[in-house]
Design a binder for this molecule. Structure first.
Ligand SMILES: C[S@@+](CC[C@H](N)C(=O)[O-])C[C@H]1O[C@@H](n2cnc3c(N)ncnc32)[C@H](O)[C@@H]1O
Length: 217
């Protein structure tokens, strides 16, 4: 049980997703074999859809791992788009660099090494039109003010794992050692839901995603 949806729905939805790309299939297989956490299939499809609708040119990702979602985003956005992705784990970065080079995406994807909060502080205001938050579940609330500064006026944030195996919505599921992450994730969801300048939709898909943008009207 994912703690988010019924297994039969999840399995059915995943069954509808046909992976056309050999590149992505290859990285997925490596990730599963080596227990590297990558975005879930239905969330990956949702990202592809968002990118197709939004057509961002400057994309920022928090959490590269081995480059799966960065490569996926490069494939589903314009050839002129650029992806900046942040990762602190050196061994992940090495593997991501190998994948990026293998598929000749060095001109499209730049990895910034370091802790997200530190790296975010170094980036320029209003620079990004799409942000994928997928690192440091216990710090989304700390990343948010920086992300709001970095977003241009039409930008979208997609934050993954916001329901965290059901623990965020249901106290009975909370494991003791995860209490801080859960509290901070609730804080993130409150921040993006209560801020009158923002509009957010929380979707119980994968491990839970929250999509946020600035209100226009
Ligand atoms: C879920 S994985 C990212 C998966 C990737 N987005 C994908 O779908 O292919 C999260 C990654 O974030 C990294 N990470 C966690 N906390 C971080 C932080 N505070 N700063 C930078 N990287 C962090 C971890 O090392 C891990 O590789």
């Amino acid at each position: 049980m994912s703690g988010i949806t019924f297994d039969y729905n999840e399995e059915y939805i995943r069954g509808l997703i046909y992976e056309e790309s050999d590149i992505l299939r290859e990285i997925e297989e490596f990730a599963h074999k080596n227990r590297v956490p990558i975005v879930q299939k239905e969330t990956a499809r949702f990202l592809e859809l968002m990118l197709t609708i939004k057509r961002p040119l400057n994309i920022l990702e928090l959490g590269t791992a081995i480059g799966y979602s960065a490569i996926l985003m490069s494939m589903y956005s314009s050839k002129n788009s650029k992806i900046t992705t942040i990762e602190r784990d050196i061994s992940m970065i090495e593997e991501a660099k190998k994948n990026i080079k293998k598929y000749n995406l060095q001109n499209r994807i730049e990895i910034k090494q370091g802790d997200c909060l530190e790296v975010l502080k170094e980036l320029k205001d209003n620079e990004y039109d799409f942000i994928f938050m997928d690192a440091g579940k216990g710090h989304y609330n700390h990343f948010l003010p920086e992300c709001l500064r970095l977003m241009n006026k039409d930008a979208v944030i997609v934050a993954d794992n916001v329901l965290f195996r059901g623990m965020v919505a249901n106290n009975e599921l909370v494991k003791r050692r995860k209490i801080t992450i859960v509290k901070r994730m609730r804080n993130y969801l409150d921040m993006v839901s209560r801020n009158k300048e923002l509009i957010t939709s929380v979707v119980p898909m994968g491990d839970g995603i929250a999509i946020t943008t600035r209100r226009k009207y």
